[in-house]
Each structure stands twice: as structure tokens, then as C-alpha cells.
Design a protein around this ligand. Structure first.
Ligand SMILES: Cc1cc2nc3c(=O)[nH]c(=O)nc-3n(C[C@H](O)[C@H](O)[C@H](O)COP(=O)(O)OP(=O)(O)OC[C@H]3O[C@@H](n4cnc5c(N)ncnc54)[C@H](O)[C@@H]3O)c2cc1C
Length: 431
């Protein structure tokens, strides 16, 4: 008997962990994890990678290290399709048969077919995105430092984050810290008034899902720091060096796309029901509708009739995965299957150095204490003592030393550097 788990994110790793534990004595059961990346990414710290606070490698844990002496097998491969009839997963480097399958390949950020997003905006989902974003920002500062025209300088140093959810808000707060505590003091050609940070949100409010008093507290804090928030504003086009939003063309140096989560298009062709966001629909048992031998977990799925259990956050992904794995074990042992019982217990949003808003178990607080809580919880949740130590050291060192803003890629290798090239080509602007 072979159980195959697709995706090495929070949901996939949790499913494997629970399966291993529950099937310890079952040598007749093989567990195979397939993922296109060979590490688990701790997404909550991605904003701090973008702002050079934390080293990129410190927030990922190689799957083979997590596996240690556990018996599950890992295959780094890319899933392309699933044939439910013959129970086959089709991957880039071959196919594999399953008896039970857990789909946990996460979601993607939607572009809503808005022209220019793919060409001119940086995504903000994977480690590579955060590293590109970091290098790109630093390179813009390098160019702006010797740009004599103040208007051009301000345009270069305008960062527009599209999406006012907690990921967009945490990122803009981190970038504000980077500009204020590092770029302005160290780049002598850049003044405090030269940078502009902007969040554009299509709906009426930022931080949807966060308690309104905390969301308002966050909004006021960002406003005090000079961060512009435009709600009820739709981005209709992303251009090279500008965004079109609410009928206005806004000159920008960098556009970051953080506009929510939809289902993973990899499995768009497979025969399964989906919700309006393209996520696979599951029953309360986490089984796919019409495919009882296939389970789903995490951002890739939505539980029918349970919006609270379908929010794309880590605790929901873990709850799905635990239940999917438990139900597979129950099936093998001839026990009845359980049903999902999950509702978010709170929300934590970091607002940069020494500030956060937190709602946990009905308790709401903000400020320094909330920030300490945010840090402690995320450090505790990081997988592996080595990574915990590395991140704690990064945080500690950042209190004493300046951030390390050495660029890791040559600009010509950067995927979004057409803008840099055009800046550098302008007469008088080249170094
Ligand atoms: C910037 C950012 C910050 C966030 N911060 C928080 C936070 O503070 N708190 C919180 O609760 N949530 C946060 N989230 C959301 C959280 O990361 C997701 O809800 C969670 O990662 C979902 O887990 P998952 O396992 O379903 O998907 P993922 O973590 O996305 O994992 C999917 C896995 O599948 C693999 N995969 C994808 N496609 C294929 C394929 N075709 N073949 C093989 N493998 C594939 C991927 O490489 C990945 O390993 C954040 C998300 C982002 C982007």
C-alpha cells in the first residue's frame, strides 16, 4: 500500500508527520512525499528577508533534514497532473501509483488577468521572490543615490504593494524600517523625503479578517509613518515604472504583487470540483468530492460549506493535514472518519520594529508587547533548533550591527531589471 503526499509545505509536512506516527508498526505501508522544492519555507519571515533583517537560508529547512531517521521517502519532482481513474500522479520525471493521495501543493497569487503583472511586478510568495525583491530594492537605492533629479529619485524609490492583506501590510512595514533605519542614513544622496511607500487595496479595508479595532490601529500606525494606503482602488495595469490605479498613473520604482491566494493552476485540468477561487473542494473529511481515495489540505483546497476552515493560513493548513492523515489511518484500521472542526483562534500582524497587533484566544493587544509575542511565537514555530538559533542571532545582530545589504545577484541576472537598465542608460545617469 502506498500513500503519496504532494507538496512539501506546511500541510504536506504535517500530513507526513502524522502518517509516520500513526503507522509506525505498519511495514506494509509506504509513504512518499513529492515536492518541487527540497525545503520547507517558513513564510511568516519572508518580509524580513525582503528587508535584509533575516538571511534567506535561515527561514528554510531542507526536507531531508526534517526527515532525519524517519522512514518516509522524498522525491523532488514537479507534479503535472493526476489520473484519478488509474490512481497515477504524473510528474516531470515519471509517474507514481498511489492507493491514497493527499494533495497539498498550496495556492498561487492571482493576477486577475491584469496586463503587465507578470512582466513588471515582483511576486511575493516564495523565497526567490523575497530575495529578488531585496536585491531589486537595494539596487534602486544604489541608482537613486547618484540620481541628481529629485523627481526621478522619488519615482525610483516609490514602492507600491498591491494587496492590503496581512502579507502586504507586514511587507510595507518592514520596508519602511529598511528605508528609515538603513537606506536613508547610509546613502548620502537619499533624503527622508525621497522614498514613498504605497499600499493599494481593491476592497474597502486593509487587513480583512483582523479585528476592526486592531486593523484601525495598524492603519493609523502606517499613516503616521507616512505610508499611503489607498482602499477601494483597483489596479488596472502595471507598466514599466508605473501602475495604473483608480484611473491614475502612479510612477513607481517597484511594484510588488501580493493580491491574495487562489487554487494552484497545476491541477486545472484534473476532473474535480472547485470553489470560485479555483481551490479543490473537499468534504468535511478532507476527501475530494467524488474521489474518496484522494484527500486535500492547505491552501490548495476549500472545505465545502466551511469558510472559516478554508482561510489560507498555516493553522488551517495544519488542521486539514492532521485530519486527512488521521482519516487515512482510520480507513486502514476500519474506523469511522472524522470531520474538520477548525476556526481561526486569532491573528498576528507585525508592523515592523517593536510594533504588532495581536488577537489570540479572544485577547487583543498591540505595541511592544504584541511585537515580543509575535517574535517569540514565530521563533518557536520555526522548524529545527538550528534555524531558531540562526534567526534569533539575525534579530540580535540587527540590534547592534547594520543590516547586510550586499546584493546577491548581478542586476543583469535579475528578472525584473529592465527598469534598472533603462535608468542606467539615461544620459547622465550612468555611473
Ligand atoms: C509572504 C507570506 C507570508 C505569510 N505569513 C503567514 C503568517 O504569518 N501566518 C500564517 O498563518 N500564514 C501565513 N502565510 C500563509 C501560509 O504561508 C500558507 O497558508 C501556508 O503556506 C499553506 O501551506 P500549504 O502547505 O497549503 O502550501 P505551501 O506552504 O504553499 O506549500 C506548497 C508546497 O507544494 C509545492 N508545490 C507546489 N506546486 C507543486 C508541483 N506542481 N509539484 C510539486 N510540488 C509543488 C511547493 O513547492 C510547496 O513546497 C503567508 C504567506 C505568504 C506568501
Amino acid at each position: 500500500m502506498r500513500i503519496v503526499v504532494l507538496g512539501g509545505g506546511f500541510a504536506g509536512m504535517e500530513a507526513v508527520r502524522v502518517l509516520e506516527r500513526g503507522l509506525r508498526g505498519r511495514t506494509d505501508v509506504e509513504i512518499l512525499l513529492v515536492s518541487d522544492r527540497n525545503y520547507l519555507l517558513f513564510t511568516p519571515l519572508l518580509p524580513q528577508v525582503a528587508s535584509s533583517m533575516v538571511e534567506p537560508r535561515h527561514i528554510i529547512q531542507p526536507i531531508r533534514d526534517i526527515r532525519g531517521r524517519r522512514r518516509f521517502r522524498f522525491r523532488r519532482d514537479t507534479v503535472q497532473s493526476i489520473d484519478f481513474a488509474s490512481r497515477q500522479v504524473i510528474m516531470a520525471e515519471g509517474s507514481v501509483r498511489y492507493d491514497r493521495l493527499v494533495i497539498a501543493i498550496g495556492g498561487v497569487t492571482p493576477t486577475f488577468n491584469i496586463p503587465g503583472v507578470a512582466e513588471h511586478a515582483i511576486g511575493y510568495k516564495w523565497l526567490d521572490d523575497a530575495a529578488v525583491l531585496r536585491d531589486h530594492l537595494i539596487d534602486l537605492a544604489e541608482h537613486a543615490d547618484h540620481e541628481p533629479d529629485p523627481e526621478a529619485r522619488r519615482r525610483m524609490l516609490t514602492v507600491c504593494v498591491v494587496g492590503g492583506g496581512y502579507t502586504g501590510v507586514e511587507l510595507i512595514a518592514e520596508l519602511h524600517d529598511l528605508f528609515q533605519s538603513y537606506i536613508v542614513p547610509r546613502y548620502r544622496g537619499i533624503d527622508p523625503g525621497d522614498y514613498r511607500l504605497l499600499v493599494i487595496e481593491a476592497s474597502a479595508e486593509i487587513l480583512r479578517g483582523v479585528h476592526p479595532t486592531l486593523a484601525e490601529r495598524a492603519r493609523r500606525k502606517l499613516w503616521r509613518e507616512g505610508i499611503e494606503i489607498r482602499t477601494n482602488t483597483r489596479v488596472t495595469r502595471v507598466l514599466d515604472g508605473a501602475v495604473e490605479a483608480g484611473g491614475e498613473i502612479i510612477p513607481v520604482g517597484l511594484t510588488v504583487w501580493a493580491a491574495g491566494v487562489v487554487g494552484n493552476p497545476t491541477l486545472a485540468a484534473v476532473d474535480a470540483e472547485r470553489d470560485r477561487l479555483g481551490r479543490l473542494l473537499t468534504l468535511h473529511t478532507m476527501q475530494l468530492k467524488a474521489h474518496p481515495d484522494v484527500y486535500g489540505a492547505g491552501d490548495a483546497v476549500s472545505v465545502e460549506g466551511k469558510p472559516d476552515a478554508s482561510i489560507p493560513i498555516i493553522p488551517a493548513a495544519l488542521a486539514h493535514a492532521r485530519l486527512a492523515a488521521d482519516n487515512i489511518i482510520a480507513e486502514l484500521e476500519g474506523r469511522p472518519l472524522g470531520a474538520i472542526d477548525f476556526a481561526p483562534q486569532g491573528m498576528l500582524v507585525s508592523l515592523g520594529e517593536r510594533d504588532a497587533v495581536v488577537e489570540v484566544l479572544g485577547l487583543r493587544f498591540s505595541g511592544y508587547l504584541a511585537w515580543l509575542f509575535w517574535n517569540a511565537l514565530h521563533l518557536w514555530k520555526l522548524v529545527g533548533f538550528r534555524k531558531q538559533l540562526q534567526v534569533a542571532l539575525d534579530w540580535g545582530l540587527a540590534q547592534v550591527f547594520p543590516r547586510d545589504t550586499a546584493m546577491m545577484r548581478r542586476p543583469s541576472r535579475c528578472t525584473v531589471c529592465a527598469h534598472h537598465a533603462s535608468v542606467a542608460r539615461r544620459p547622465g545617469a550612468a555611473a
